[in-house]
Design a protein around this ligand. Structure first.
Ligand SMILES: *Cc1c(COP(=O)(O)O)cnc(C)c1O
Length: 299
């Protein structure tokens, strides 16, 4: 497959601060699944097949990119997919698409959803649905970390990563862990922007994921928790305004409101503050554009 483009970004602040900003267009890495979820899922679905499972099961909210991607990817691997959905089943494009890809959707209460990592609850799921390959919410596990290394490996064929700053949005931290693991010998730095409130816990999650996947845990990365905009899934008017402005400078590029918009807002704000002068920055466009369909101002 051809590498996804490494594309220069336009913004009026860049020249003033002598910053070069690029997007690694992982939103273009697959026609349907698109973005980091493909990298997180591919080795898991391969493992499910290799271990003789014919069903995969995972969890997500009603607008989840992970659920959407899992439904489409499982179909490619000829696996039956089951999505345990938090709250009520919304009649929305995300879940409609998931269903059309063959996913079986089961809504559970928010209360029960909180048990999604507890052993007895997972045992009940096996009783109810039969044997299945379990993928955690958001898809972050050791194989997801290994899968996301591919983004960096491809980048290395496109440019010299030394002295660059690699940036991505963080939900569970699995993608950033994979980028860290992939760039251990590259003399670059990395920064993750937490898209949820009180994202400090992600420090430990990321270190754990690195260890769990057999990678060392270097110190060349940091987490910025200042750009969550009120929490996961919160999309205030200021962020919508930023998306529309950013897209007007960069025809052909769209941002998703939940992840990459917060990443770009954070980066541009740090640039504005003079904190990234003279740097070369590569931001990973992790896809998720299906999520724009839930935001009327972006249609
Ligand atoms: C899920 C997702 C992320 C976050 O990935 P994590 O590995 O959970 O940190 C970032 N961007 C997009 C578009 C996503 O869908």
């Amino acid at each position: 497959m051809n590498p996804t483009p490494l594309q220069p970004i336009n913004h009026p602040l860049l020249e003033q601060h002598q910053v070069k900003l690029y997007f690694k267009r992982e939103d273009l890495n697959h026609p349907v699944i698109s973005g980091n979820k493909w990298h997180k899922l591919k080795l898991n679905l391969q493992a499910a097949q290799d271990q003789g499972y014919n069903t995969v099961l995972s969890f997500g909210g009603p607008y989840s990119n992970h659920i959407y991607a899992l439904a489409a990817a499982a179909k490619i691997y000829n696996l039956t997919s089951i999505g345990i959905i938090r709250g009520e089943l919304h009649d929305n494009p995300t879940l409609t698409d998931a269903k059309n890809h063959g996913m079986q959707l089961y809504p559970i209460s928010r209360h029960d959803y909180r048990k999604k990592t507890q052993t007895d609850f997972l045992m009940q799921l096996i009783e109810k649905f039969g044997p299945h390959y379990l993928i955690p919410e958001g898809g972050s596990n050791a194989l997801a970390v290994q899968g996301c290394k591919a983004i960096i490996n491809e980048l290395k064929t496109q440019t010299d990563l030394s002295e660059t700053l690699i940036a991505c949005a963080c939900g569970t931290g699995g993608t950033l862990a994979g980028l860290i693991a992939g760039s251990i010998d590259s003399n670059c730095q990395l920064i993750g922007f937490a898209v949820l409130k009180q994202g400090e816990f992600l420090h430990d999650e990321i270190k754990q994921l690195l260890t769990l996947s057999g990678n060392s845990s270097p110190n060349n990365w940091q987490l910025d928790t200042n750009y969550h905009f009120g929490g996961y899934g919160k999309v205030p008017a200021e962020l919508i305004h930023f998306i529309l402005e950013f897209e007007s400078y960069n025809p052909g590029i769209q941002l998703d409101p939940i992840y990459t918009a917060k990443l770009c807002y954070g980066l541009i704000d740090l640039i504005k503050q003079g904190k990234l002068d003279n740097r070369t920055i590569i931001a990973i466009h992790t896809g998720g554009l299906q999520g724009r369909r839930g935001i009327p101002e972006l249609q």
